[in-house]
Structure formats: structure tokens, C-alpha cells
Design a protein around this ligand. Structure first.
Ligand code: HEC
Ligand code: HEC
Length: 420
């Protein structure tokens, strides 16, 4: 059956109608409202986020297409920036007594063999999902790889070379027009193939229908998400916000700085100036990176890698190993694998990332550079949820590379990330 495609883009964030819609206005500490006085946007940790898209509950994105009651929206929830958060998951777990469709043993549990026969056993089976919002992706070591799996330390006694268990955050299914690579490990060649694999895998469908997949791709390709309101700085839509993303040009390969908040350099309140200073640091503060597989040792700024202007994905499709899956950083509640190259070198990691796509030892631990818009809506961060909040992200970079920033600078950088 052919479904009707929504042709008109409806801007949910009616930015022009906000009482605080100019950049000169002072902040309002109340939710932004439209002309009719109805609140717009969805509250998050530091303000309100919103998405510009064509709302269409009949789109197959929101429909169960498989055998386990899940839709794409089960894990890509507009309320949390088209991803999931531990707080939201805990609320869903309690309200549904563990029966919400996200709690399915296939990839929601620590292993497909986990015991989910009682509420108590479900609490254990879904503990990694509840703690950090991680889904289990099962992937084999590809045929012809130049490395082998020398040892597995899996607390759930399931993983092997035929199916490694990899625990990853759902990347947000929004702002996709600006993404040169799809999935953390870059494994999907197109959104069309991604939607088929997601339907067969996450939703456990027996088959997929081309029309439905086309409708999903058309829908998700026209979703834009960003913060619209900051509790300290007030309205953000004058300078940023999702409506502006709808028309933002994008040329693959073209890199550039973030240039949203420059006009707030001397603005009041303080929070506006802090956001502007943070953006300046993101673009221009240089620090030295070493030992990152996928990029040479060099002086960089944040926007060297987060280089799609005002989005933060990598315009050149960088795939990098920041070391987040290394033995010393990986959390003890996920497996630790020992990989051995054909030349005898070994590396320990909880997630080989791109190496399971290319079969190359040199690609172990390499992941894509995620987009940063709307990030505050969807903690925790990095592929494995290593950083609980955006301050922890900045602290990770400081620990790993030594940013040479004082506490005020770090707070400014966080304020900027929170305003995206
Ligand atoms: C059970 C949870 C779950 C369901 C259901 C689900 N996804 Fe995802 N999605 C994820 C996870 C986890 C990732 C990241 C996995 C990885 O990179 O290995 C992801 C990644 C994605 C990405 C990649 C975004 C990017 O920036 O690279 C897109 C697009 C996406 N999903 C769309 C969909 C669509 C469309 C559906 C429905 C057909 C769907 N997802 C169903 C969990 C889910
Ligand atoms: C060398 C390239 C590089 C530089 C420089 C860099 N990043 Fe990243 N960033 C990445 C990669 C790669 C990831 C994903 C890593 C992973 O999950 O394994 C990432 C992830 C993130 C995330 C998490 C997003 C999410 O959705 O999980 C944030 C936030 C972030 N970076 C902010 C920054 C800030 C702020 C700076 C400057 C202090 C910075 N990055 C510098 C490459 C870089």
C-alpha cells in the first residue's frame, strides 16, 4: 500500500511569534509561548528544545512495522531530541512495569539470553539500558579481517567472534541532512538501507516494504532540532534554533567555524556573553591532540573535527578513536575484548567501532564525529555514554588532551554547548 507523503513542512517552533523573539530582549524565566499563549518546545535540563518537522503520526516512523511493538520513535523520541535518556527510560520502565516496547531482550537487554521472567530479573537484564541509555548492537568480526578476537571478558557470557555485544547510544534521527556518515561506525551506506536494517533488527520484522521505508526516509530527512530557549539567556531562536536549520545550506566537505552567537559578545545577561565566549573558544582555542587513530597529531580546536558549520558533525567524514572504549575508560558493566592483529599486535577495547566494518586492525575504536545541535536534550554522551553531561564531555577532553582552560573557560564552553 502506498502511503501519502506529507509535502509541506510545518514549523513547529513558531520562532517569529515568541514574546522574546529579538536578540536584544532580556531573558524570560518562563516557557516560551505562541500567540495563543500555548507553550512551545519541550523542557530539558537548561531550557527548551524544539523540532521543526511535518508532524504525521501515520508516518511509518511512528508505526510498529515488526513483531515486537517497536517503532522508530521507541528509541528516537522527539521529547529527548530524537534519542533516549536514562531519566526517561527509568520513568518508562516504572510506568510500564518493564513492558514498554523498548524493553525487548533482542537488543535492550545485556544479552539476548538474559532472564526477563520477572520484574526483578528485568531490572537486572535492562540495567545497562536504564543506566546509560545503551542498546546492544550484535556484530561479527567480518570475513577476511586482518585481526582476530584473542579473548573475551563478557559479564553476560554471550559475546563471541560471531557476535560481539556492543553497547551504544541511539544517535538522534534529526538534522540528518548534515550527516556525511550514518551510524557510529559508518556502516550504513544510505538512510534507505539504515531504515531497512533498523526495521529487521530493532523491530524484528520478517521483511520490509519499500514504500514504508521511503516514507520513513522522507520524514526523518526533514526533521530539524535545536534549543529554542535557555533559562539564563532567554530566547535562542533569533540567532539559532531549528527553524533556521531548515534553510541552512550544506555542502559536503566544506568545513567552517560555529558563528551563531557572535553578536552576544558584550550582551547582558551574563549568560549570553558566556555563550558567546564559549563559541569563541570552540572555534579558536587551540590544543594539541596526539594518538587519535584517524587523524595526525596536530594543534586543533573543537571545530577542526566538529566542522560542519553550526551543526558539529565532521564535514569531511572523519572517523576517530578518542579512546573512549579503551580498557581504562570502558565501564565494567560491558564486555572487554582483546584483539590481535595479523602481525601480533594486541589492543583491548569494549567496542572496535569501524574495524568491524572494514576488517582492519588500524580502524579499531574509530567512530564518527556526532552533530552537536540539541545535545542538551539527550544525555549521556559519546557512543558508550561515557560522559553523564556536557560538563563531563569538556572534562574528558581536558583529561585526554590538556585543554589549558580555567574553570570559567570550561563553564563558558559548556554554556555554548547547552545553547545549541
Ligand atoms: C531499539 C532502539 C532503536 C530503534 C527501534 C531504532 N533505532 Fe535508530 N538507532 C538506534 C541506535 C542504538 C543507533 C546507533 C547504533 C550504531 O551506530 O551502531 C541508531 C542510529 C540511527 C540512525 C543514525 C543517525 C546518525 O547520525 O548516524 C538513524 C538515521 C536511525 N537510527 C533511524 C532509525 C529508524 C528510521 C528506525 C525505524 C525504522 C530506527 N532508527 C529504529 C536505536 C534504535
Ligand atoms: C580530534 C577530533 C575532535 C576534537 C578536536 C573534538 N571532538 Fe568532540 N567528538 C569527536 C568524536 C570522534 C566524538 C565521538 C567519539 C566517540 O563517541 O567515541 C566526539 C563527541 C563529542 C560530543 C558528544 C556528542 C554526542 O552526541 O555524544 C561532544 C558534546 C563533543 N564532542 C564536544 C567537543 C568539544 C566541546 C570539543 C573541544 C573541546 C571537541 N568536541 C573536540 C571528535 C573531536
Amino acid at each position: 500500500m502506498k502511503l501519502i507523503r506529507v509535502g509541506l513542512l510545518f514549523i513547529v517552533a513558531s520562532c517569529a511569534q515568541q514574546p522574546n523573539g529579538t536578540t536584544d530582549a532580556g531573558p524570560v524565566a518562563a516557557p516560551p509561548t505562541n500567540d495563543a499563549g500555548q507553550p512551545i518546545g519541550i523542557a530539558d535540563l537548561t531550557g527548551y528544545g524544539d523540532s521543526a518537522y511535518a508532524p504525521d503520526p501515520a508516518n511509518p516512523f511512528f508505526v510498529s512495522l515488526g513483531t515486537n511493538d517497536r517503532s522508530c520513535a521507541t528509541c528516537h523520541d522527539v521529547a529527548t531530541g530524537w534519542s533516549i535518556t536514562p531519566a526517561g527510560l527509568k520513568a518508562r520502565f516504572t510506568a510500564s512495569q518493564g513492558l514498554d516496547p523498548i524493553f525487548r531482550v533482542v537488543d535492550g537487554a545485556t544479552s539476548p539470553a538474559a532472564n526477563v521472567s520477572s520484574f526483578t530479573s528485568m531490572q537486572t537484564a535492562y540495567e545497562v539500558l536504564l543506566a546509560r541509555g545503551l542498546l546492544r548492537i550484535g556484530k561479527p568480526i567480518p570475513a577476511g579481517a586482518d585481526f582476530t578476537l584473542a579473548a573475551v571478558n563478557d559479564p553476560y557470557n554471550y559475546a563471541s567472534a560471531t557476535e560481539l555485544s556492543l553497547y551504544r547510544r541511539p544517535l538522534p534521527s534529526t538534522n540528518l541532512r548534515f550527516q556525511p556518515t550514518i551510524m557510529w561506525d559508518g556502516r550504513e551506506p544510505s538512510l534507505a538501507e539504515q531504515s531497512m536494517d533498523a526495521t529487521l533488527g530493532h523491530a524484528q520484522a520478517m521483511q520490509t516494504e519499500t514504500d514504508a521505508m521511503d516514507e520513513i526516509v522522507a520524514f526523518e530527512s526533514e526533521v530539524y532540532t535545536a534549543q529554542i530557549f535557555d533559562n539564563g539567556a532567554g530566547d535562542l531562536t533569533g540567532l539559532a534554533g531549528p527553524a533556521r536549520l531548515v534553510t541552512q545550506p550544506y555542502t559536503p566537505g566544506v568545513t567552517g567555524p560555529s558563528n551563531l552567537f557572535g553578536s552576544w559578545g558584550n550582551a547582558t545577561p551574563q549568560r549570553r556573553a558566556a555563550i558567546a565566549r564559549g563559541e569563541q573558544l570552540f572555534d579558536t582555542h587551540r590544543f594539541r591532540i596526539t594518538g587519535v587513530a584517524g587523524i595526525a597529531d596536530q594543534q586543533v580546536s573543537c571545530s577542526t573535527c566538529h566542522s560542519v558549520p553550526n551543526i558539529g558533525a565532521s564535514a569531511t567524514g572523519l572517523m576517530l578513536d578518542l579512546g573512549l572504549s579503551d580498557a581504562q575508560r570502558r565501564s565494567a558493566d560491558v564486555p572487554l575484548y582483546t584483539f590481535k592483529s595479523s602481525t601480533g599486535a594486541t589492543k583491548q577495547s569494549s567496542d572496535p567501532g569501524m574495524a568491524l566494518v572494514t576488517g582492519k586492525f588500524a580502524d579499531l575504536g574509530r567512530f564518527k564525529v556526532p552533530a552537536l545541535r540539541g545535545a542538551v536534550m539527550r544525555p549521556p554522551y559519546f557512543h558508550n555514554g561515557f560522559a553523564a553531561d556536557l560538563a563531563a564531555v569538556v572534562q574528558f577532553y581536558d583529561d585526554r588532551f590538556d585543554l589549558h582552560l580555567d574553570g570559567n573557560d570550561k563553564a563558558d564552553l559548556v554554556a555554548f554547548l547547552e545553547a545549541l
